[in-house]
Write a protein that binds this ligand. Structure first.
Ligand code: 13P
Ligand code: SF4
Length: 390
């Protein structure tokens, strides 16, 4: 993770003067009830000037204060459609806040607002994404250069999962590529094959593979590019020439913990149980599942099921626990016997939310996420291509 993502908590310990306490520290000692009241007071004062967006993986106590919640695609649309707000507080992770900044401040929106920018705040700068950190722009550019010695990269369409830094989205914008989310990956890959012969998919190998396999692309046509291997990402020239989708060697540290044996154990115990997973899970798990989809699809699937349906769900723990409490009429289990939670999503808590909002009401924008103009311009091209696919 880059130093940009250093936690405000860490600043408490990193400060050179041991007597100096970070302004967030007093918030850590407040009772949840007090924090809730103070957050709601500011929401009331700012009204529709403030938009709090929350990803489905957020803790219940945080999601309770969000105006809108969604999966990555829905949250991008919400930021793109935001009209009257002056500030977006993003209860999610860094790449989501970057995407919100790019979409909420795109040229047509700035014109509508006479040039006024919407400020995007990430309550804790340490809320990154370990998967997004697995692909740095320098590595992607080096890979592109290396593969161009074997294949014609004019016929390769780069596709970045939205879980990536804005610089990677900009790379896709510049090279005729596009962004995808877990809810539209198939449509995006189809779009790419209408424009090129191959797809270079980063950073999540599992989403890329799980999406391409049902499209008839064989595992043998999907070499995995390891950025730490010197020669062609650890592949032979023949493998790259025979490729249809080149997968980046990246993964989600949360979803990689779900295993085929977890599915088998549930099915052995109860043959009626249905398995519902996120496509960031490894292939062995995804192949065995009854349903695979984005967090939005996971929620819709449970909502649409009759009472008594039994599920074992393979995605982040907070979402599964929320589904369990919101759907007592169904039997919902967490797929893994061990805890799989997103530690970076969990960084957003009531003290950080309250601290960022109280600063805001005092006129100070803390933890602002602002993507530079050049990166925004190219990223926007790749994001708009995605949003135009229905
Ligand atoms: P979705 O909400 O788009 O399914 O993504 C899940 C995720 O891992 C977000 O980081
Ligand atoms: Fe990143 Fe995985 Fe956390 Fe999503 S769940 S934010 S992909 S680490």
């Amino acid at each position: 993770m880059s130093t940009d993502n250093l936690s405000t908590d860490n600043l408490v310990t990193l400060t050179s003067d041991p007597a100096e306490v970070h302004p967030l520290a007093p918030y850590k000692t407040l009772e949840p009830e007090e924090l809730k009241n103070r957050i709601e007071k500011i929401r009331g004062q700012l009204g529709d000037k403030l938009l709090i967006l929350g990803h489905h993986y957020q803790q219940d106590e945080v999601i309770a204060h969000s105006d809108l919640r969604g999966d990555s695609y829905q949250l991008s649309q919400m930021a793109a459609d935001s009209a009257s707000c002056e500030t977006i507080v993003f209860c999610g992770v860094h790449f989501m806040a970057e995407t919100a900044d790019i979409l909420a401040n795109r040229p047509e929106k700035l014109r509508e607002r006479d040039g006024r920018r919407v400020a995007v705040i990430l309550p804790d700068m340490a809320a990154g994404c370990s998967m997004a950190d697995m692909a740095a722009i320098a590595q992607v550019e080096a890979a592109w250069q290396d593969m161009s010695e074997v294949i014609d990269t004019k016929r390769v369409i780069p596709v970045t999962y939205i879980n990536s830094a804005a610089s990677l989205k900009a790379f896709c914008g510049k090279h005729g590529g596009i962004v995808c989310t877990s809810s539209n990956a198939r449509a995006v890959i189809e779009w790419a094959f209408e424009r090129g012969d191959r797809v270079f998919f980063f950073p999540d190998q599992h989403l890329g593979r799980n999406t391409a396999l049902p499209m008839g692309i064989e595992e043998s046509e999907m070499p995995v590019w390891d950025p730490y291997e010197m020669d062609l990402g650890g592949n032979t020239e023949e493998a790259i020439e025979a490729s249809r989708v080149i997968l980046w060697k990246g993964h989600c540290s949360v979803h990689q913990m779900f295993r085929a044996e977890h599915v088998e154990a549930f099915r052995k115990r109860d043959p009626e149980i249905k398995i519902l997973v996120h496509p960031e899970c490894p292939r062995e798990v995804n192949d065995l599942a009854d349903v695979s989809g984005s967090t939005g699809k996971i929620i819709r699937t449970v909502e649409a099921s009759p009472p008594g349906t039994k599920w074992a769900i393979g995605t982040e723990l907070h979402l599964v626990n929320r589904l369990k409490s919101e759907h007592p009429e169904q039997e919902i289990h967490f797929l893994s016997p061990v805890i799989c939670m997103c530690a970076t999503m969990y960084r957003i808590d009531l003290p950080h939310l309250c601290w960022s909002l109280e600063n805001l009401i005092d006129g100070a924008v803390v933890n602002r996420i602002e993507v530079d103009e050049e990166t925004s311009r190219w990223s926007l091209i790749a994001l708009e291509r995605m949003l135009s696919i229905r």
